[in-house]
Design a protein around this ligand. Structure first.
Ligand code: NBP
Length: 473
């Protein structure tokens, strides 16, 4: 009988099943469209002998050795509910349903409760790394009961990415914690990608660099503090030639970016928790703005194109590249500080006790935001899990002190010439706000009291609610 069942042979499910089979597990597989199951088995090569194709969910439940772990890897939302509901009808006490898709963590919290009532453990497991990660080693962020995780931990440890031999799979908390952490991972991914895109915009439109030249710079940056998968693939992307035109492939790609929801969810949760993630917000907004292509074309005609040429304002080519690298690093510190602060707030609000050091550790390999930088974050949180903000602890404080001037110069020059820097600008604004001891909220409080009698606290009478008096109120 099979060690585990897997429902959904899309990009992620098919590759996870092959990964499991390669690690020696026998896997019973099912897909709604059965032709896909047949094609999957036909293309599985020698791994097919460890794969049991099933035509129905009943067949799948019967093919797995009890207590059965069954992974569901289908489109998030209703598809998960429908597959889990049918499966549960064939499962018994002690069996485990594992939703490994990108679920909204509120849905996972609900499902954990619903299935607990039916005697079935439900794990919400975030899986990152795309197709390649799923096949050869993803980062795995699990949420649920420790006893349930303990029964499948070995399988996930075996298929997960390894960082210096350590598995990038871990239980990060109860119920929806795994999917929450995955959501914030994706939010940070949006922020990283948008900041890289803005730096690319400055290089392309502000400095007139060709993609091949930019590819070399990103390649160099991948040996420094920005070393990461996203910087590595940016170099590869910019260095790719279109076989049809012979020109850079990036130049013929329509400039509208898609999104599937996790970035938006991370912003909604950040706002709900009162822990703003301005860089992620800007990144999500930038994708939405990018999709309004027709309006952008019309507005460029209406207002005229911005000059965009930054020219030598950032110094010679070498100096400009150093300034851009430092700006990106400063922006990254702010974005990660925000993402980790949101997780810390969620941990407190939901009583999850999220191990942020472990979260950073399992993001060091396998996932899309994997980077050298995360190793520093992991060490920082391992040393003190209760830090207030990543920006306020070493080595990040020192890095920010050394680089925020470059972020400021880049944002200033880009703004002067009309090159949009939504995410980098948000990072700078966040940093500046964070280090402003006396903010301008005194005026906001005064206005709120003026129009709505909301009250304010006087500096000379702490703890008391005061009102006006306002002239002409
Ligand atoms: P795909 O689009 O490649 O596959 C979707 C799967 O969902 C197929 O097996 C499809 O079956 C099944 N499905 C759908 Br759509 N509606 C269904 C329904 N009502 N009932 C049963 N099955 C249904 O998606 P994917 O990229 O493999 O993503 C799967 C999950 O993993 C998603 O939650 C996604 O957000 C998450 N994820 C994706 C990535 C990535 O890089 N792609 C990374 C991390 C997480 P069918 O063949 O019959 O249509």
């Amino acid at each position: 009988m099979a060690d585990i069942g897997l429902v959904g042979l899309g990009v992620m499910g098919a590759n996870l099943a092959l990964n499991m089979a390669e690690k020696g597990y026998s896997v019973a597989v099912f897909n709604r469209t059965t032709e896909k199951t047949d094609a999957f088995i036909a293309n599985a090569g020698s791994l097919a002998e460890r794969l049991t194709p099933c035509k129905t969910l009943t067949e799948l439940a019967e093919a797995v050795e009890p207590p059965r772990p069954v992974v569901i890897m289908v489109k998030a939302g209703e598809a998960v509910d429908s597959q889990a509901d049918i499966l549960a009808g064939h499962l018994a006490q002690g069996d485990i349903l594992i939703d490994a898709g990108n679920a909204n963590f509120h849905d996972t919290r609900r499902r954990v409760k619903e299935f607990a009532d039916r005697g079935i453990d439900f794990l919400g497991v975030g899986v990152s790394g795309g197709e390649e990660g799923a096949r050869h080693g993803p980062s795995v962020m699990a949420g649920g009961k420790p006893e349930a995780w303990a029964r499948v931990e070995k399988i996930f440890n075996d298929i997960a990415a390894k960082f210096e031999g350590e598995s990038c799979a871990a239980l990060v908390g109860p119920e929806g914690a795994g999917h929450f952490v995955k959501t914030i991972h994706n939010g940070i991914e949006y922020a990283d990608m948008q900041m890289i895109a803005e730096i690319y915009g400055i290089m392309r439109d502000g400095l007139g660099m060709a993609p091949a030249e930019m590819a070399e710079v990103f390649d160099q940056w991948n040996n420094g503090p920005l070393k990461s998968y996203l910087i590595e693939i940016t170099a590869a992307v910019l260095g790719t030639t279109d076989p049809k035109t012979g020109g850079p492939l990036v130049d013929i790609i329509l400039d509208t970016a898609g999104q599937k929801g996790t970035g938006r969810w991370s912003v909604i949760e950040a706002q709900d928790l009162g822990s703003p993630a301005t860089v992620i917000e800007a990144a999500v907004a930038a994708r939405s703005l990018s999709s309004q292509k027709e309006q952008r074309v019309a507005d460029e005609a209406l207002f005229g194109a911005a000059p965009r040429k930054i020219g030598p304002a950032l110094g010679d080519r070498n100096s400009a590249m150093i300034i851009l690298e430092e700006a990106m690093l400063a922006g990254k510190i702010a974005a990660y500080a925000q993402g980790f602060a949101v997780m810390a707030k969620a941990s407190e609000s939901f009583g999850w006790d999220l191990p942020l050091g472990t979260v950073a550790k399992i993001w060091r390999a396998g996932c899309i935001i994997r980077s050298a930088f995360l190793d520093d974050i992991a060490s920082t949180y391992e040393a003190d899990g209760a830090i207030r903000s990543l920006m306020t602890v070493e080595p990040f404080t020192g890095m920010l002190k050394a680089t925020h001037g470059s972020l400021r110069r880049v944002c200033a020059e880009a703004s002067l010439k009309g090159v949009p820097v939504l995410a980098l600008g948000s990072a700078l604004g966040y940093f500046d706000f964070a280090r402003t001891a006396r903010s301008t909220a005194d005026l906001t409080q005064a206005q709120r009291d003026f129009f709505g009698a909301h009250g304010f606290e006087r500096l000379d009478e702490p703890g008391k609610v005061a009102h006006g008096p306002w002239s002409n109120a």
